[in-house]
Design a protein around this ligand. Structure first.
Ligand code: GLC
Ligand code: MG
Length: 536
C-alpha cells in the first residue's frame, strides 16, 4: 500500500480525555470544554492527532455522562454548543481530529424518550426500550444481571412491567431491534458528523443487541465471592448477539457517507469474537478496541503470544489497535510499577496499529487512593467491597506545581495525587529522563518514521522476560527490545544484526551502537534502528 493511502487514524495516535478531569476553566472543580481548548497546544506539541473525549452531553451524571439525557446537546457544566464549535474549530486548525463518545446502548432514565416510554404501555415509544411482563412468580423476566450489581431488571409499578438495564437502573437499555430507535441514533451520528466531528467511540458496542427470546444467561463456573456479582453468569444471551453486526454495519455506512471519519467500538471480548466486529468485507467498526494490554498479566511470553494471536486473527484489511489505559481500568503505572511504565509506553507506541493513550499516563500518573467519603463511582458505591472503584484512575490532570496542580482554582471533584508537585507537565516537559519527556520524544519519533506507524510487524524470538519485534517499512528497519522485569536478561536472537539506539527508557543508551547478543538490564526498553544493508 502506498504511504499516502494510509488514513489519519492509521498513522496517528489517539489520546483519551476524561473531560471532568482534564482542565477546569471556570473554577467549579470540574473540567470543561474551554479548559480543553487551552490545552490543545500541549497535545499538539506532544505529537497527538486524534482526541477522543468521553461524553460531554446533557446528563444527570449518574454514571458521569454515560447516562445521556440529550444526544445532541452539551452539558452546561462543560460549556455550550458555541464552546463545542470553537473546540472543533481549534482542533481542526491544528490539523488534529475530534472523536466523540457515542452512548447508543442506553440513555438516561431522564431522557424524554424514556419518560415517554415509561408513561404507559401503549405509548408509541414503549417499544423503544426493553419492557417485559414479570415472570409467573412476579419476579424479573429472566436472570440477566446488571454490570454494576444486582438484577438487570427494574420493576415499574405504574405499568406493571420490568425494563432492562445492563448498567445502572438510571441507564435503561434502548431496544435496537426497533427500526425507529436505529433511525433516531443514526440521525444523532449525522448531526455530529455534519458539524465536522471526525469519528465516534461507540460505548459498549457488544451489548447493543440481546437475545430475541431473552433466554437465561448460563452460570459462570469460574465465579467466586470476591468477584462482582455480574460475573456470576456468562453473558452469552445478554451480549454479543449475531444481529449486532447488522447494526454496526449501519453505523459504518453513516460514517462512510462522510470523508475519512472513524468508527471505534468499545468491546470487551476474546480475540476470536472481537475481530468479527471488523465486519464482513471490513464494513464494520474500523477499530474494535483491543484491550488485551489492560487484561493480560505483565509477562513477556503471554503478551508475545497475544500479539501473535491478534496479528494472526485480524481480517486481511483489518487495522490493529492497542489500548494501555482508560477511565474504567487501573492506571498502567500502578499496574506494572513506575519503572515498567516507560517500557509499557514503548510497547504501546511501537506495536503495529493505532495506539490510544489515556490522559495523564504520559506523566506516569498513578491510581489515587480515594477516601471512602469522597467515592463518586456508582460501580463502587453499588457493590461496596467488590465493585472496583474507577475513581482512582479518573483524578485531575497534573499540569504544574501550583495549588490543585493548575487543574482548577476551585475544589477538584476528585482529590489530586499527592505527588503532583513532582509529577506534572510543567516540570517534566523538558526534564531529561522524565516520563513526559520520554513520551514526547517517542511520539515524535513514531510520527516521523513510517516504519513505526505503518510498518510491518516482525516477531523476534526471545526468551526469559524479554519481548522483542521489528518494524519495517521500505529500507528502514527498527528493532525493539523490552525487558518486562527488573532483572537482567540475555537477548540472543538467532540472527546477526547491528544498529544504533535511537531511543531508550534509559537515556544513557541513546546513540550507542549495538549488535548481536546482548545483556539487557532490568526495566530497559531499547528502540534501535538496524543498519540494513550490511547484514540483512
Ligand atoms: C462503558 C464506559 C463506562 C460506562 C459503561 C456504561 O464501559 O466506558 O465508563 O460506565 O460503558 O455506559
Ligand atoms: Mg469547569
Amino acid at each position: 500500500m502506498m504511504y499516502k493511502n494510509y488514513l489519519w487514524w492509521q498513522k496517528n495516535v489517539i489520546y483519551q480525555i476524561y473531560p471532568r478531569s482534564f482542565n477546569d476553566s471556570d473554577g467549579d472543580g470540574i473540567g470543561d470544554l474551554q479548559g480543553i481548548i487551552k490545552k490543545l497546544d500541549y497535545l499538539n506539541d506532544l505529537g497527538i492527532v486524534g482526541v477522543w473525549i468521553s461524553p460531554i452531553y446533557p446528563s444527570p451524571m449518574a454514571d458521569f455522562g454515560y447516562d445521556v439525557s440529550d444526544y445532541t446537546g452539551i452539558h452546561e457544566m462543560f460549556g455550550d454548543m458555541k464552546d463545542f464549535d470553537e473546540l472543533l474549530k481549534e482542533i481542526h486548525k491544528r490539523d488534529m481530529k475530534l472523536i466523540l463518545d457515542l452512548v447508543p446502548n442506553h440513555s438516561s432514565d431522564k431522557h424524554p424518550w424514556f419518560i415517554e416510554s415509561k408513561s404507559s404501555k401503549n405509548n408509541p415509544k414503549r417499544d423503544w426500550y426493553i419492557w417485559k411482563d414479570p415472570a409467573p412468580d412476579g419476579g424479573p423476566p429472566n436472570n440477566w444481571l446488571s454490570v454494576f450489581g444486582g438484577s438487570g431488571w427494574e420493576y415499574d409499578e405504574a405499568t406493571g412491567q420490568y425494563y432492562y438495564h445492563a448498567f445502572l437502573k438510571e441507564q435503561p437499555d434502548l431496544n435496537w431491534r426497533n427500526p425507529e430507535v436505529q433511525n433516531a441514533m443514526l440521525n444523532v451520528m449525522k448531526f455530529w458528523l455534519e458539524k465536522g466531528v471526525d469519528g465516534f467511540r461507540v460505548d459498549v458496542m457488544w451489548h447493543m443487541i440481546k437475545d430475541a427470546k431473552l433466554r437465561d444467561d448460563p452460570p459462570n463456573p469460574d465465579h467466586n465471592e470476591k468477584l462482582n456479582s455480574y460475573s456470576r453468569h456468562i453473558p452469552a444471551y445478554s451480549t454479543d448477539q449475531d444481529e449486532v453486526h447488522d447494526i454496526v454495519r449501519k453505523m459504518r455506512k453513516v460514517v462512510d457517507s462522510y470523508k475519512e471519519r472513524l468508527l471505534i467500538g468499545e468491546i470487551y471480548l476474546p480475540i476470536s469474537k472481537l475481530v468479527r466486529y471488523y465486519g464482513e468485507d471490513n464494513k464494520g467498526a474500523h477499530l474494535p478496541f483491543n484491550f488485551q494490554l489492560l487484561q493480560l498479566p505483565w509477562e513477556a511470553s503471554k503478551i508475545e503470544a497475544a500479539i501473535n494471536e491478534y496479528e494472526g486473527a485480524l481480517p486481511p484489511e483489518g487495522w490493529p489497535n492497542w489500548v494501555l489505559g482508560n477511565h474504567d481500568k487501573s492506571r498502567i503505572a500502578t499496574r506494572v510499577g513506575k519503572e515498567q511504565a516507560k517500557v509499557a509506553a514503548m510497547l504501546l507506541l511501537t506495536l503495529r496499529g493505532t495506539p490510544t493513550v489515556y490522559y495523564g499516563d504520559e506523566l506516569g500518573m498513578e491510581d489515587v487512593d480515594i477516601p471512602e467519603d469522597k467515592i463518586q463511582d456508582p460501580q463502587a458505591l453499588n457493590e461496596p467491597g467488590v465493585g472496583q472503584s474507577r475513581d482512582p484512575e479518573r483524578t485531575p490532570m497534573q499540569w504544574d506545581d501550583s495549588e490543585n496542580a493548575g487543574f482548577t482554582t476551585g475544589e477538584p471533584w476528585l482529590p489530586l495525587m499527592k505527588n503532583f508537585r513532582e509529577v506534572n507537565v510543567k516540570k517534566q516537559w523538558d526534564e531529561e529522563g522524565s516520563m513526559l519527556h520520554f513520551h514526547r520524544r517517542l511520539l515524535h519519533l513514531r510520527n516521523k518514521e513510517p516504519a513505526l506507524h505503518v510498518g510491518d510487524h516482525l516477531p523476534v524470538y526471545t526468551e526469559n522476560n524479554l519481548l522483542s519485534y521489528m518494524r519495517s517499512y521500505n529500507d528502514k528497519l527498527f528493532l525493539i527490545i523490552l525487558n518486562l522485569k527488573n532483572s537482567e536478561e540475555n537477548f540472543t536472537p538467532g540472527f546477526f544484526w547491528k544498529g544504533e539506539v535511537k531511543l531508550s527508557t534509559h537515556p544513557e543508551f541513546e546513540g550507542k551502537e549495538m549488535e548481536g547478543a546482548l545483556r539487557i538490564k532490568g526495566d530497559l526498553g531499547l528502540l534501535i534502528e538496524v543498519i540494513v544493508n550490511e547484514y540483512t
